[in-house]
Design a protein around this ligand. Structure first.
Ligand code: FEO
Length: 398
């Protein structure tokens, strides 16, 4: 039998660890993930969320280590996406709860996914008494889907935050204070960039909603549970900065190269940026993933996109990464496009169109025939330097 992890006397983690997950709708999850479910041992025993289909036996086993699953009275679905509801019908058949609760949009989504399931609606700011404790519900639409809500358990002062404040990080540690800060910050930033970025306004609304709560633990649906509130305050501050679109003096160069010409241009652009003390992330899309690009774009002031022309087009990897970034709605002020060509040379123009469709002001378009000569490389350096100056000017007053 697998074991639960005790969070407080009354609350246990009963989720599942998915070490092998490497892909989550477009996002390369290098470190796997967890699907967190929580068991509250109040008079009315309550399960918060379930797990992805395929992990239901793991969850049930952890529940059985604490209580007979048939004693569960309520199941709360804070988020209907199948990584949290995939095991719901199976669990309901095993547990036969008195009620399954979800937000109004959660009821709609769960009814579409699982038509046989009976779900009771919870409204924003509604409270339910679970005997000895109570749960308050705050609907947080688009964090991450329209149905999303967070639950607040009193008197334990625990926020069950579903996707918010989570991270795709499989580990044997269950709590933030068992892990180093650099790992937590990096995994949180990757998760925010790839999942939460388009919903900045909703993040600000949600932060206001939970801002007034007296919180001692934050239990998300993925990754470690936050119980060091000083660290959690730091993550809140990062969420707030990311949501407000706060820019750093940072540029991201993404490129693919055929015979190293475009790569050489990228390196000279990088040198120009560094001459103005700009932090530069450089990603070769031959090996880099679209989600690596997204992670680096969080807070970036510039995106530089480079590709040779191949069969009248920029490389497919550029279209892939840039359309993914466009969907995430990053607010990036400046851009540069560059690349080599042999005869037709459409690639850089296509990249310019793509960047402009992301509301990026493209300051330079540099293309070279076959291989860059010293003049072209000097132009790349100067374009990087010019971009660096723009970033520095733009950062004044930020
Ligand atoms: Fe973890 Fe939006 O699901």
């Amino acid at each position: 039998m697998l074991r639960s992890v005790k969070i407080t006397e009354k609350v246990h983690w009963v989720g599942a660890i998915d070490c092998s997950l490497r892909y989550f709708h477009g996002y390369t999850t290098n470190f796997g993930t967890t699907y967190n479910a929580y068991l509250i041992l109040s008079d009315k025993i309550t399960l918060i969320d379930t797990v992805k289909k395929g992990f239901e036996e793991e969850m049930l086993s952890r529940i059985e280590s604490v209580v007979d699953p048939e004693k569960i009275d309520y199941i709360v679905s804070n988020h209907s996406e199948p990584d949290h509801s995939g095991a719901l019908v199976w669990t309901v058949e095993k547990v036969k709860p008195v009620k399954v609760y979800a937000s109004p949009n959660g009821v709609k989504a769960l009814n579409k996914y699982y038509p046989s399931l009976e779900v009771s609606q919870i409204k924003d700011a509604e409270k339910i008494d679970i005997g000895g404790s109570s749960l308050d519900f705050f609907i947080t639409p688009m964090l991450h889907w329209p149905d999303s809500m967070v639950s607040y358990l009193t008197p334990e002062k625990i926020v069950f935050s579903q996707d918010a404040f989570g991270m795709h990080l499989a580990s044997s540690e269950r709590f933030d204070d068992e892990m180093d800060w650099a790992t937590l910050k990096s995994a949180s930033a990757q998760y925010y960039a790839n999942i939460i970025t388009p919903y900045a306004k909703q993040v600000e609304t949600a932060l206001r909603k939970i801002g007034g709560l007296d919180i001692s633990i934050v239990a998300p649906d993925h990754g470690p549970i936050w119980r060091d509130m000083e660290r959690f305050k730091k993550i809140i501050k990062h969420y707030s900065d990311w949501a407000s679109g706060k820019l750093e003096r940072k540029a991201v160069i993404v490129y693919e190269t055929m015979w190293k010409s475009t790569e050489l241009m990228a390196k000279h652009l990088e040198d120009g940026l560094r001459s103005e003390n700009i932090n530069v992330s450089i990603i070769d899309l031959k090996t880099g993933k679209r989600s690596d690009v997204a992670s680096e774009l969080l807070g970036a002031s510039a995106l530089l996109a480079g590709s040779p022309t191949l069969n009248n087009n920029a490389f497919p990897s550029l279209f892939d990464a840039l359309s993914y970034a466009k969907g995430l709605k990053f607010k990036i002020p400046f851009g540069v496009v560059f690349g080599s060509f042999g005869w037709s040379g459409e690639g850089t123009g296509q990249l310019k169109t793509l960047l402009e469709s992301m509301s990026i002001e493209v300051l330079h378009e540099i293309k070279c025939l076959y291989i860059p000569d010293e003049e072209i490389l000097e132009r790349c350096f100067e374009a990087g330097k010019d971009l660096g100056k723009k970033i520095n000017e733009n950062s004044k007053g930020n």
